[in-house]
Design a protein around this ligand. Structure first.
Ligand SMILES: Nc1ncnc2c1ncn2[C@@H]1O[C@H](COP(=O)(O)OP(=O)(O)OP(=O)(O)O)[C@@H](O)[C@H]1O
Length: 191
């Protein structure tokens, strides 16, 4: 029940970023991925998502069609409101009311949810992107610095939301804050 990376090598323009990296990620659990800036965490996430191919090595135990992700940039449609941004990824059986309930759970108001995303703050956009990833039935979620721009209270609310909607799922969170490992009851992988 693990995702196993074996001897992964990834080079950009002859600059090695990942050099014979081997690690395993427990399925159905939360793992925090930490490491200094530029050490290759986002590269590793992109390899797991199948957006990049390793130069060498293998990844086993992974179904790339079952992964939802929040990237460092939110990748929302700025001219659409939050509900529409999320409805795009949902089956028709998920109602607008259900989407609104999720947005309220992460601290947005109904008025916020009806505004074009371009009129929301960075922290609000982050939460919309998070709901969009967690509302899907995907079995694996990758979150690249999901708490960026959130104050302590909002972060607590978001952590409760993440825990509620990722039970039994494989969750990989890239973070720079060691405190998150305890807050999320996570395993730690340091690159
Ligand atoms: N598309 C690319 N082309 C060339 N170099 C890249 C590319 N993407 C990343 N790099 C380089 O690879 C290294 C690792 O980048 P990556 O984004 O994976 O690091 P990271 O650990 O996620 O960093 P951070 O914590 O700052 O987000 C960096 O030196 C970066 O400049």
């Amino acid at each position: 029940m693990t995702i196993t990376l074996k001897e992964i090598c990834k080079t950009y323009d002859k600059e090695p970023v990942l050099d014979h990296l081997s690690l395993s990620i427990s399925k159905g659990q939360t793992t925090c991925l930490m490491g200094s800036s530029g050490c290759g965490k986002t590269t590793l996430a992109n390899l797991l998502l199948g957006l990049l191919k390793p130069d060498k090595g293998s990844i086993t135990g992974l179904d790339t069609s079952q992964i939802a992700a929040v990237f460092q940039e939110d990748r929302l449609c700025e001219n659409l409101n939050s509900i529409k941004n999320i409805a795009i990824v949902c089956p028709k059986s998920v109602s607008k009311k259900q989407i609104l309930t999720h947005l309220l759970e992460v601290g947005l108001t109904e008025t916020d949810s009806m505004k074009p995303v371009s009129e929301l703050s960075g922290g609000m956009k982050r939460r919309v992107a998070l709901v969009r990833a967690l509302i899907t039935s995907n079995q694996m979620i990758i979150l690249d610095e999901p708490f960026k721009g959130l104050d302590t209270t909002t972060k607590g609310q978001v952590i409760a939301y993440i825990k509620k909607y990722t039970q039994g799922k494989t969750l990989l969170i890239i973070t720079h804050d060691k405190e998150d490992v305890a807050l999320l009851d996570a395993q730690l992988i340091e690159l």
